[in-house]
Design a binder for this molecule. Structure first.
Ligand code: ZN
Length: 242
């Protein structure tokens, strides 16, 4: 069984399509939030995502901001501009789809949330200590999160207070060991200086995590963003992956 784990698509249809082409047949898709914000294709990404097999899609902070569910004052000025652009661009049907998204979901041995199990929409899991604090906020073997746009694996060592932080190598498959918090990285706006779209395949039967990256046509996305008047800083960062 192959479950595609993706996060932080950020309205980048070209990156999303490239990932879907690369993975081939899948049994289910779990999307960990931030479908929209930054990118030029919010409605197109929602239309593409919603027809994927056995989809579970969570609400991210950018999705919540696009719906005016949270105050955009906490975003930096350019991110706020992109959110206001997104609010104007979203169709009624897209808004309804976003409004119905859950913040957290649980399936057998896995809990998923956008930011963290403790604060699903907002908290960033960037370091081992913050990850450690979060292990008591879920009771499954694994928790998959997005939000930081950085692929990472936090492992809680048995019987200790010690959390190990590992950055996986693209193209590798690993056996998961309880308990673990994992981030698949970002499809549409990677921030680890690797501009390629990031994703993972989880097999719940074998309990394996296959992590990969795929190059997509960044320039085509940049051209659409520029034509739509989206902030140049967001246009430029896609090419370098920051
Ligand atoms: Zn994001």
């Amino acid at each position: 069984m192959r479950i595609l784990i993706i996060s932080d698509i950020h309205a980048n249809l070209t990156a999303l399509e490239t990932v879907l082409d690369a993975v081939g047949d899948i049994d289910a898709v779990w999307c960990l939030g931030d479908l929209v914000g930054y990118g030029p294709d919010p409605n197109e990404c929602i239309s593409r995502i919603r027809v994927l097999p056995n989809l579970v899609c969570l609400m991210g902070n950018h999705d919540a901001a696009a719906l005016n569910l949270i105050d955009t004052a906490s975003f930096n000025p350019e991110a706020r501009r992109a959110i206001h652009w997104t609010q104007d661009a979203l169709t009624r049907a897209s808004m309804k789809f976003l409004r119905d998204l859950p913040e957290k979901f649980r399936f057998e041995a896995v809990t998923i949330s956008h930011g963290s199990p403790r604060h699903p929409v907002w908290e960033y899991l960037l370091d081992a200590h913050t990850a450690f604090m979060n292990f008591e906020y879920f009771d499954t073997d694994y928790c998959f999160v997005g939000h930081t746009h950085l692929p990472v694996i936090f492992s809680l060592r048995d019987g200790s207070n010690n959390v190990a932080l590992n950055v996986p190598q693209p193209g590798t498959k690993r056996q998961l060991i309880s308990r673990t918090i994992i981030n698949p990285g970002s499809v549409g706006q990677p921030r680890d200086r690797d501009p390629r779209a990031s994703y993972a395949i989880f097999d719940p039967l074998d309990q394996t995590w296959e992590y990969n990256r795929v190059s997509y046509d960044v320039q085509a996305v940049q051209a659409r963003m520029t034509a739509l008047g989206l902030p140049q800083r967001h246009v430029q960062r896609l090419a370098a992956g920051w």
